[in-house]
Every structure is written in C-alpha cells, then in structure tokens.
Write a protein that binds this ligand. Sequence first.
Ligand SMILES: [Zn+2]
Length: 309
Amino acid sequence: MCSRCWVSPGNASSCELRRGMREQTWHDPAEYRADRRMAGMTRPTPEGTSAAAREIAADVFCLGPWGRTQTDVYFVRSGSSWVLIDAGWANDASRIKRAACSLFGADSRPAAILLTHCHPDHAGSALSLARDWGCAVYMHPDELPLATADFAAIVASAGPLDRWVVLPLMRAMGRRRREAVLARSSLGEVARMFEPGAGVPGLPGWRCIPTPGHTPGHVSYFRPSDRVLITGDALVTLKVNSWSGLLLQRPGLSGPPWYTTWNRRAAKESVGRLACHEPSVLAVGHGRPMTGAGTAAALSAYAAPARER
Ligand SMILES: [Zn+2]
C-alpha cells in the first residue's frame, strides 16, 4: 500500500504521486538522467565554466548552478525592464554582469535587485552590483537587520554553524575590529524593505511568499499565472542535509541546510506552504531548477512528512 495515496504496490501505475514523481524532470532532462547515472560521481561545475543564463520559463532565466555550493541566480524580465533575484557570492559580480549583458544588452540596468534572504551566498555581490547599476536591493523587513550587518541580529538569527564557528570568531575579534568588518559587508546604503503583501518591486504579476525558517525574513517569489516559484534556500535540489549528499553534490529535493538554518520548525512549515502552491517550475537557490508535469507532485510528496509533523 502506498502510504500517501493508498494504492497497493500491485497497482502502482495508478498511484498519482508515483506517476508524478516519474514524470518529474530537472530543467534539462538529459542532465537529470546524467545525474541519476552518475549520482556518486557528480562534481561541482568548475569556476568560470558555467553556461550563460538559460530560459527556464517565459522571461525567467537561470544562471547556474556553479561552484561547490551549486549556486543559482535568476534574471526575470517584465515588459521592457528586468530584475535580478539573488546575487551570489562576493566574487560573482562579473559573472552576473556578463550574463546580464548577453541577455539584455551592454548598457542595460535592472529595475531592482531582489533577495530571497541575506546570507553571503545570496547577497554577496548585491552591494557592488547595486552600486554599478544604480539600483536598490529589496528584501523582507525582517531581513533588514541582517542586511545592515547588525551584530545583535546576527546573533538572534544564528544557525548552528554560526553558533559553533562564526560567532566565537567574531567575538574573539573584539568589538572595534568586528564592527569594522561588519560595516564593510553592510548593504545599508542600498537596502530597501518591501511589504510582502503589497506586490513584488519591479515584477507586476508576481507575489511574495514569506518562507521564514532558514532566516527570519526569508521569502520566495511566485508567479501564479504559470506557477513559477523561485525558492532561495527554502527549498533546494541538492541533498544538502546528508554528508554524502553534500560532499558528492547529489541531486534531490531538500529543505535548507540545517547547519545554517535559524529555525528548523519554521523552515519545515515553509516547505509545506510552498507545496500548497503546486508549482510547475522550482527555481531553487542551489542545484538545478526542476520543471515538468510531476514537479508539484514531487514537492507534495517531499513536503507531506513536514506537514504531518
Ligand atoms: Zn544559500
């Protein structure tokens, strides 16, 4: 008996969830098959060799995944303008600018940079890009204290890795040096808040879905017309919560990495909230985007235990 839809194994072909999961594909089915064949041998994309941004849904372009963290950023066109969603690590600005030039032209500037959350692998190049492009960096109000490198906020939203490693190192620096280091990473001069219920800056037709847990102000971005969902770290397609999956970069749906997550219970609830939107495209912060007829069913199956807890 299938525990989720109550179909017996002998009649498995009629199990909607199983059929959905069979139909699930990554953005590029050939890549997915290759992943399945080489699950134990997958290697990170070498620096500097990632492909140009690819259109994964109408007007939604994915740059990535690249590097050991298999990072993705997204360009979303809206009429004659566009926005960047997430900004990679601190040394990713030139990679992102090259992709923007090839998509929109050499002198094109985005209407805004939007962040899913304010960790260094998503906001790392936001300040330099915002300065170069002359645009603001938008985020949920609860994320602003992290964006402005407020030490008390960093302590309050710390995950296990922060508590075990990062915060002891920062405390050992002493207050003056710590404040100087934090000031260099602050997005204060470009950071802007937006109200989650009031639409998404630069993207009419999109909605903000609060997905707290990984950080207090983590959000996802959703386009209801075709159910495209940009998830940040609320949901990824790398097995980041097992050591073998992390080291070998195995593909598969996962919630955020527990070791960098502020509130694991809230993160699980956020996964369930995203599943309720039945996305047709999962544009994740790490790993390959997932598309195809089985995407919503695969997410529902993954999220079911989280919803039951
Ligand atoms: Zn991340």
